[in-house]
Design a protein around this ligand. Structure first.
Ligand SMILES: [Zn+2]
Ligand SMILES: [Zn+2]
Length: 216
C-alpha cells in the first residue's frame, strides 16, 4: 500500500506537469489559437494568469469560492481526474488510488492558499510564483512540488529569494538537503533567469554561470 502511495504521488506530480503544460496552457499553433483538449479549462487558466499578474499573485476567484466559475472549473476538473485515476489504478494498487485523491485535495488546497496568501506562496511554493510572475510563463509547470520540473529541465529560478531549499520542496535536515541539492545540480540542474546584475550573480555563484550557459 505504502509503495503504491509513493508511486502514486510521483505519477500525480508528473500529471501536474503534463496537464498544466498541454491542457491548461495548450499547444501553440502558428496563425491559430492554442490547442487544448479541454478548451474551457485552458480559458479558465489563462484568466487565472491575467488576474494574478494584475494583483501581485492574488486571485479573487478563491475569495469568491464556488460563485466563481473558475473555482468550479478547477474543483470539477480535479474530481474528474481523481475518478478517472481511481478507475485506472484500482485493479493495480489501492495505494495509488489513495495517492490520486490525496493529490487532488492537496493540489486544490495549496493552489488556493497560494493565491490567497502570496507571501506564503513565495516561501512555500516559489516555483509557482516563478511560473506566474516571471517573464517566461512556459516553465515551472509543477504546482505542489517541483519534482518533474527538475526531471524535465523546466525549473527556471528567477532569483535567490525564489529558490526552494532543496529540489524535493519539503523540509529536510540541512545536511540531507545540501547533499540532495548537490546531487540534483549535477544530474538535473535548475536553470536561472539571466539577471541584470549578471556579474555580481556569477561572482557569487560561479557554478550558475555554467548552468545558465548549458541551458541556452
Ligand atoms: Zn499556468
Ligand atoms: Zn496559480
Amino acid at each position: 500500500m505504502i509503495k503504491g502511495f509513493i508511486v502514486g504521488l510521483a505519477v500525480a506530480n508528473a500529471f501536474e506537469w503534463v496537464a498544466h503544460k498541454y491542457i491548461l496552457h495548450g499547444t501553440h499553433r502558428p496563425g491559430q489559437p492554442r490547442y487544448s483538449p479541454v478548451p474551457r479549462s485552458m480559458k479558465s487558466h489563462w484568466e487565472h494568469h491575467r488576474e494574478v499578474r494584475k494583483q501581485h499573485f492574488a486571485d479573487d476567484g478563491y475569495v469568491q469560492g464556488f460563485s466563481n466559475w473558475r473555482t468550479r472549473n478547477e474543483v470539477g476538473s480535479l474530481a474528474v481526474v481523481a475518478v478517472a485515476a481511481t478507475v485506472v489504478f484500482y485493479p493495480v494498487s489501492k495505494g495509488m488510488v489513495a495517492a490520486a485523491w490525496y493529490s487532488a485535495f492537496n493540489y486544490y488546497s495549496i493552489h488556493r492558499r497560494a493565491h490567497l496568501e502570496p507571501d506564503w506562496a513565495k516561501r512555500k511554493i516559489p516555483w509557482h510564483y516563478d511560473h506566474q510572475m516571471n517573464a517566461n510563463q512556459d516553465a515551472n509547470w509543477c504546482v505542489t512540488k517541483p519534482w518533474f520540473d527538475y526531471v524535465m529541465g523546466t525549473r527556471v529560478v528567477s532569483s535567490d529569494q525564489l529558490q526552494e531549499d532543496n529540489p524535493l520542496g519539503i523540509a529536510l535536515p540541512a545536511a540531507v538537503a545540501q547533499a540532495l541539492t548537490q546531487w540534483v545540480n549535477q544530474h538535473f540542474p535548475a536553470k536561472y533567469v539571466e539577471q541584470k546584475s549578471k556579474v555580481i550573480e556569477t561572482e557569487m555563484h560561479p557554478e550558475r554561470k555554467i548552468q545558465t550557459l548549458a541551458g541556452e
